[in-house]
Design a protein around this ligand. Structure first.
Ligand code: IPM
Ligand code: MG
Length: 359
């Protein structure tokens, strides 16, 4: 199969982790007889420096016209003082909206080899951590009106959180369908004791529930959910929630699995053209040092093969190769523990590729 992949290296550690993912994809292409064509796309701080815009229109066009997009990370200190609508992150939000990828899926699964790296007590980890957060990605407060004005001689800032029924319904369906393919338990997370948008969210979820009688739906307030994720993560199968709650809870969920550096994500909308990215940031403090963990990006490329290209055996091969390298005791700095062998970013990439060659 031939696939055209838009590649966004981005800022900070983005280029180095992406480089390893592309080498892994090249090896997969070689072994399974595919052709992957890559088109470089500038987005984030590097695009601000080069084009004065975090995501120029023609860059977005390249992404929309591709078969899928693989992204490293964007942002950094250097662009912290540019105006809000010119920030590197704005490029990412524009990309998500422009691609129409309303559903962001973030797995929180503990790798048995990394159980010691979890900050939770062993008896909690031993009960198992394996759930997915389905986060609404192109609505809510991120995309509501943002204004700053002057009132009674002080500044006032407003960010609007709004959802329509149809926006909630389409992400709700992804939640139910994801649960259907797993253990059939869906937890809808909101703040319906305070927010109108959450009361509407809850009502729509319960309306949908009737169409999915095989899925058990529960409701949870977001503050309680933040607590339950550390108290008893084994209770969760699929969590569905709005954009900002999902942003916050998914960082928490990734941390209990040991390292945010390990977690991939997929973002999909109405077509098979998805956006795949690790959930961590651009970590400018370690950029260029060849010590970043490329696994989150490599696993994101596996998700791309599985969900956008229908290449499940190729995706399995990557995931098994990662697991085998961890079995052999190789670790990047962020997941290092006693008795293991510390390797850098490019070395980790090479080890995963040599596992692919071995099978
Ligand atoms: C994420 C990130 C982004 C978000 C930032 C970089 C805009 O934190 O993907 O979780 O808030 O969505
Ligand atoms: Mg985030």
């Amino acid at each position: 199969m031939t696939k055209n992949i838009a590649v966004i290296r981005g800022d900070g550690i983005g280029p180095e982790i992406l480089e390893q993912a592309l080498k892994v994809l090249d090896k997969i292409a070689e072994i399974y007889g595919h052709t992957f064509n890559y088109t470089d796309v500038d987005m984030g701080g590097c695009a601000i420096d080069k084009w004065g815009n975090p995501l120029p229109e023609e860059m977005l066009k390249k992404c929309v016209e591709s078969d899928s997009v693989l992204l490293g990370a964007v942002g950094g200190e250097k662009w912290n003082n540019v105006p809000g609508d010119m920030r590197p992150e704005k490029g990412l939000l524009r990309l998500r909206a422009g691609m129409g990828v309303y559903s962001n899926n973030r797995p929180a699964k503990i790798w048995k080899q990394l159980a010691d790296a979890s900050p939770l007590k062993k008896e909690i980890v031993d009960k198992g951590i394996d759930f997915i957060i389905v986060r609404e990605l192109i609505g809510g407060i991120y995309f509501g009106e943002h204004t700053t004005s002057e009132e009674n001689s002080e500044k006032k800032a407003v960010d609007v959180l709004s959802y329509t029924e149809s926006e909630i319904e389409r992400i709700g369906r992804i939640g139910f369908e994801t649960a259907r393919k797993r253990n059939k338990r869906l937890c809808s997370v909101e703040k319906s004791n305070v927010l109108d948008s959450s009361r509407l969210w809850k009502a729509v979820m319960h309306r949908l529930e009737k169409e999915y009688p095989d899925v058990e739906l529960s409701d949870m307030l977001v503050d309680n959910c933040a607590m339950q994720i550390v108290k008893n993560p084994a209770q969760f199968d699929v969590i569905v929630t709005e954009n900002m709650f999902g942003d916050i809870l998914s960082d928490e969920a990734s941390m209990i699995t040991g390292s945010i550096g390990m977690i991939p994500s997929s973002s999909l909308g109405a077509t098979s053209c998805g956006l795949y990215e690790p959930i961590h940031g651009s970590a400018p403090d370690i950029a260029g040092m060849d010590i970043a963990n490329p696994i989150g990006t490599i696993l994101s490329s596996a998700m791309m093969l599985r969900y956008s290209f229908d290449m499940s055996k190729e995706a399995d091969a990557i995931e098994n190769a990662v697991s085998a390298v961890l079995d052999e005791g190789f670790r990047t700095a962020d997941i290092m523990s006693n008795g293991c062998k510390k390797v850098g970013c490019s070395e980790m990439g090479k080890l995963i590729i040599s596992q692919l060659e071995r099978k």
